[in-house]
Design a protein around this ligand. Structure first.
Ligand SMILES: NC(=O)c1ccc[n+]([C@@H]2O[C@H](COP(=O)([O-])OP(=O)(O)OC[C@H]3O[C@@H](n4cnc5c(N)ncnc54)[C@H](OP(=O)(O)O)[C@@H]3O)[C@@H](O)[C@H]2O)c1
Length: 289
């Protein structure tokens, strides 16, 4: 199976490389050149015009994770976000359809407005920030134009990064371990998913004939503050380092939806991969088991 993985140098991309089945012959696209054994690196910018002729046409599967994934940067630099999150996805989707390659896209829970929470796949997306809008439009284009495509609405992803990238949970752990106070929202809810579970779920999905939107998150709805409490419990640290904040206390470039928790029952019915709770997975991430 020949697989094009975009965003192979990213947080999820590196975990997808680690979890790849032995039969996968991977072309690993990223902007930064990756040098890893038994991986063919394709370093190029997906927003430049001339990358399509570099791609072989015998690809069976495209897993498209490359994105500007930071909502604040998307708000501040909309042209860059539009180019990678929407336009590059459209071109890649057309290419995949033309060569009959299955396409797995990583959308986001931030396509929802956060007013309802516990969103299922039938709920209507209504993003409140530019990042969510680019991802929603890319998903709409993909699902309308490619018959063999899946759009995964990924929840907030946590786990061990391969580099010094500071994900939300890595930042919380680092600050708590350094004895520093951490500001955490008590009114912003997500269903965080362990990066290893998400990567395994994506590879499992690559073998199925499922198409359409699919929510993939963990099995626990939590506020950012509650995530901090779990980290404190796991590390046996006092929770008085946690500073409760409301989203209205802080002005950020991108508007934050209040409750983007997702109903993941469809994924649980479809997949054998466990989608663990933050609590049970954090114990693994922190090396406590
Ligand atoms: N992280 C989360 O909590 C979260 C939640 C929901 C959905 N998602 C989605 O899941 C996917 C993976 O997220 P992540 O956290 O792994 O992202 P990430 O760590 O920010 O990685 C992004 C990847 O995209 C590549 N990239 C960015 N701009 C590019 C361009 N113009 N041309 C080519 N490659 C480019 C980066 O390459 P370089 O490193 O070489 O620059 C990197 O490999 C994204 O689609 C994101 O929107 C993430």
């Amino acid at each position: 199976m020949k697989v094009l993985l975009t965003g192979a140098s990213g947080f999820l991309g590196r975990h997808l490389l680690d979890a790849a089945p032995p039969a996968a012959n991977i072309l690993a696209q990223s902007r930064r050149a990756l040098s890893l054994p038994s991986i063919q690196a394709l370093p190029f910018d997906l927003t430049s015009e001339n990358w399509l002729p570099h791609l072989p046409t015998d690809i069976d599967l495209i897993i498209h994770t490359a994105a500007e994934s930071n909502p604040n940067r998307c708000e501040q630099q909309p042209a860059i976000a539009e180019a990678i999150n929407y336009q590059a996805t459209v071109r890649l989707a057309d290419f995949a359809r033309d060569i009959d390659a299955r396409f797995i896209f990583t959308a986001t829970d931030l396509i929802f407005d956060g007013e309802k929470g516990n969103y299922n796949e039938l709920d209507k997306p209504a993003p409140v920030n530019f990042y969510g809008k680019t991802k929603m439009r890319a998903e709409e284009y993909l699902l309308a134009n490619h018959p063999d495509a899946v759009s995964i609405r990924c929840a907030l992803i946590f786990g061990k990064p391969h580099d010094n990238r500071m994900t939300f949970s890595a930042q919380v752990v680092a600050q708590l371990q350094a004895g520093q106070p951490v500001n955490l929202f008590t009114d912003e809810y997500r269903t965080p998913v362990l990066v290893n579970d998400l990567a395994a779920a994506i590879w499992e999905l690559s073998e199925l004939d499922f198409t359409g939107p699919l929510n993939i998150g963990g099995s626990q709805r939590l506020s950012r503050y509650e995530m901090g409490e779990i980290v404190c419990n796991c590390l046996n640290l006092p929770s008085d380092l946690l500073q409760a904040k409301l989203t209205t206390d802080v002005i950020l470039p991108a508007k934050r939806p209040r409750d983007c928790s997702m109903d993941i029952s469809r994924a649980k019915e479809l997949l054998k991969t466990p989608l663990r709770s933050y609590e049970s997975a954090m114990v693994v991430v922190l090396g406590l088991v």
